[in-house]
Design a protein around this ligand. Structure first.
Ligand code: ADP
Ligand code: ZN
Length: 713
């Protein structure tokens, strides 16, 4: 036991450059090394890959990883090659010759890991090839794809149960970041993993800050402000509901000077690929996308995910926001939603062709999402609770924790709104209803004789925007529902009765001004400040240069977290460099020298700046102690003119008065100053023209000091 424990830890350190295992990684690895099966549920960014990569390297034979995501395969393989691991992938993007070469490598036992698409794996010819190769394990990644209920269902995944029948001795591991109970049960059943040990990690993503706010008609501006204030140079994803909105938003962000690219199913595949490639390979691209984008993107340094529309379920929200901050560094999940989202989603769902059973499930999911967005308590606690997880205390890293929301007793106001819906016949939309409540003088109201109703004009304590807030919350809480015909007409629900009758008090959110929300949370990038930002840029440039040479994304060279540690520790030699998390033997060999050089160059530059200011301070100190300028020059073995230059600098800064340094009368000073001011800018910067203009009457040192006094004012 001890021996294997050391072996896997050894690989973690030497190959991956990490010091300790996370969550249950070590248990999982040991189990597989011992030839047993595992089912692993771990959040995105939790570290699932190591769970099969390390045992595949420790066991004899090749580890076969089944993955439906082509982009992800490529990414993982290039990351592994950077670590010096013998890995390859087989999928439809390879030409026949390359594919044949990899199959040969497989046959010759030259691979530790092979990633395959499920449809290729299940071909008879490939299985024949496997029959002849020693196998370390099967890893079934994105295992939720076996679930027929989920939106990522892949029919080929069902056939993967064949693997166990054909290779009963080979251990299997199924992995997913999808947390719900139904999916878990389906994975176990369909893949025949009843005997596997189940590992469930917490689904919390503590580094993601969840922030939701109400759209008050200016969502796009709010988005721009958010990006500029908090993520100006970062990579991010912006989700919109429609293709149209994707295109418009991307174009608009570009006009505002950001690098934004659209991504949706209506674009030509080549263009989509190009945009994705740029997103992965450049540092600060924003992808504006429909939900089609994101599956299989494991770019670790996505710093924000923004939603301009409400997702259909908490599962979708969690999955989409989960694409931020895989590297564990702080990231933001930002969302702005409004009444129109609520209405659109309700209508889409009610009018869908799904059968009643499906609709019931969807309705429940949407209601949960709406409830989540209207919360007044900690978002993270609610999110985790939804997935059957638990968090003891409020998180301190979500909008409701950072800027607590006030609630107010809205029972009376809600009754007015509900009565208005009732009295007007349950067929009008929010704008009309609030016009009636406000007692607006308009033809339409008159034509229905609604100005004669008791509810006409009873809502003047609120304005139109506030009434929209109220209606949104009433719909979100299922006290009102939206008509199926799609006209946006509101109807009462069963649940609203108790509120109407006054049997139940209704507490609603007091809406905040958006400004407050963002301004409060504005953060400096942690760890980067004025004094080290040049080194940070230099390290990033170095990484960028290497990534271009090798044609891999920058994060494949080193993650931001690794660069950040370099910045903080500033290693001086290879040994210190090797202690940085994320530096394994292979990367030490390949990159240490380049990065050490950058750090050294930076340190020298700093030292030079420091010496200049130090030496000036030293002169000033001696001068203040009463030492004469001549003596200082002798004492410090510096030229007289150097000492004068030091003092002139201090005069310029306003630290020393001119008359303490030079001994000439006011009139002469005035004369010199006038001469200097008579020269044009350029000539003033050099001393010779001043010297000449004054016919060499005064020496350079004196002129330097007088000129400095002009600057100090
Ligand atoms: P996912 O669970 O989403 O597949 P990954 O396997 O891609 O997550 O891991 C996310 C990131 O965390 C990767 O960059 C990985 O190298 C890093 N990581 C995984 N395990 C550890 C560990 N024990 N120590 C430090 N970093 C780790
Ligand atoms: Zn919270």
């Amino acid at each position: 036991m001890k021996a294997t424990e050391n072996k896997e830890l050894n690989i973690l350190k030497t190959v991956f450059g990490y010091n300790e295992f996370r969550h249950s990684q070590q248990d999982i690895i040991q189990r597989l090394v011992n030839g047993e099966d595992a089912v692993v549920l771990m959040p995105t960014g939790g570290g699932k890959s190591l769970c099969y990569q390390i045992p595949a390297m420790l066991r004899p034979g090749v580890g076969i990883i089944v993955s439906p995501l082509i982009a992800l395969m490529q990414d993982q393989v290039s990351a592994l090659l950077q670590l010096g691991v013998k890995a390859a992938f087989l999928n439809s993007t390879l030409d026949a010759a390359t594919a044949r070469k990899i199959e040969q490598q497989l046959g010759a036992g030259e691979l530790d890991l092979l990633y395959v698409a499920p449809e290729r794996l299940m071909t008879e010819s490939f299985l024949n090839l496997l029959d002849r190769s020693p196998l370390a394990l099967f890893a079934i990644d994105e295992a939720h794809c076996v679930s027929q209920w989920g939106h990522d269902f892949r029919p080929e995944y069902i056939q993967l149960s064949v693997l166990h029948q054909r290779y009963p001795q080979v251990p299997r591991i199924a992995l997913t970041a999808t947390a719900d109970e139904t999916t878990r049960v389906e994975i176990i059943q369909r893949l025949g993993l009843e005997h596997a040990e189940l590992y469930v990690s917490s689904f919390d993503r503590p580094n993601i800050c969840y922030r939701l706010s109400q759209n008050q008609g200016n969502a796009r501006d709010a988005l721009l402000r958010f990006i500029l204030n908090e993520h100006e140079t970062d990579a991010g994803i912006v989700y919109c509901l429609s293709r149209n909105k994707v295109d418009q938003t991307a174009e608009w962000l570009n006009k505002k000077g950001l690098k934004a690219l659209p991504y949706h199913a209506g674009m030509p595949a080549s263009e989509r690929q190009h945009h994705q490639h740029r997103f992965l390979n450049e540092d600060n691209i924003i992808i504006v996308a429909t939900i089609a984008f994101g599956m299989g993107i494991d770019k670790p340094d996505v710093r924000f995910v923004a939603h301009l529309n409400l997702p259909k379920s908490i599962e979708a929200y969690y999955q989409e926001t989960g694409r931020a901050g895989r590297d564990g560094l702080p990231a933001t999940a930002w969302m702005m939603y409004g009444l129109q989202d609520v209405i659109t989603l309700k209508q889409m769902m009610e009018s869908s062709a799904a059968d009643e059973k499906h609709k019931r499930v969807e309705r429940h999911k949407l209601d949960s999402m709406l409830g989540f967005s209207e919360l007044t308590s900690c978002r993270r606690q609610a999110l985790l609770k939804y997935f059957g997880d638990h968090l003891d205390q409020a998180c301190g890293n979500c909008d409701t924790c950072l800027t607590p929301v006030e609630t107010w007793d809205a029972t009376v106001v809600a009754q007015k709104a509900l009565s208005c819906v009732h009295r007007t016949g349950q067929r009008f939309g929010v704008n009309y209803l609030s016009d009636v409540l406000l007692g607006k003088d308009n033809e339409r109201i008159k034509s229905f004789a609604h100005d004669k109703l008791g509810v006409y004009g009873i809502g003047s304590e609120l304005n139109a925007r506030q009434w929209r807030d109220i209606f949104r919350q009433l719909i979100a809480r299922n006290l009102l529902t939206v008509d199926i015909q799609g006209h946006g007409g509101l109807r009462l629900t069963e649940q609203c009765r108790s509120v109407l009758r006054g049997e139940q008090a209704l507490m609603l959110r007091k809406e905040l001004k958006q400004e407050k929300n963002t301004a409060r949370n504005r953060k400096q990038k942690p760890g980067i400040n004025e004094s080290n930002k040049y080194l940070w840029e230099a390290l990033r440039d170095c990484r960028k240069k290497l990534s271009e040479q090798l044609d891999v994304p920058p994060y494949v060279i080193f993650h931001d977290a690794t660069l950040m540690e370099m910045l903080q520790r500033q290693p001086q030699n290879r040994q210190q460099f090797s202690r940085i998390s994320g530096v394994g033997e292979h990367k030490l060999e390949a990159y240490a020298d380049e990065f050490l050089q950058v750090i050294q160059t930076h340190a020298e530059k700093e030292k030079r700046c420091l010496t200049v200011s130090d030496t000036v301070e030293e002169t000033l100190k001696l001068f203040k102690q009463g030492m004469s300028i001549d003596d200082i020059s002798k004492h410090r073995s510096l030229k007289l003119s150097t000492i004068y230059a030091h003092l002139a600098e201090k005069i310029e800064q306003g630290v020393l008065p001119l008359n303490e340094v030079v001994d000439i009368d006011e009139k002469k000073i005035k004369l010199i100053q006038d001469e200097i001011l008579n020269l044009d800018e350029q000539d003033r910067a050099k001393l010779k023209p001043v010297y000449d203009a004054l016919d060499g009457l005064f020496d350079y040192d004196l002129l330097r000091c007088v000129r400095a006094s002009l600057v100090s004012g």
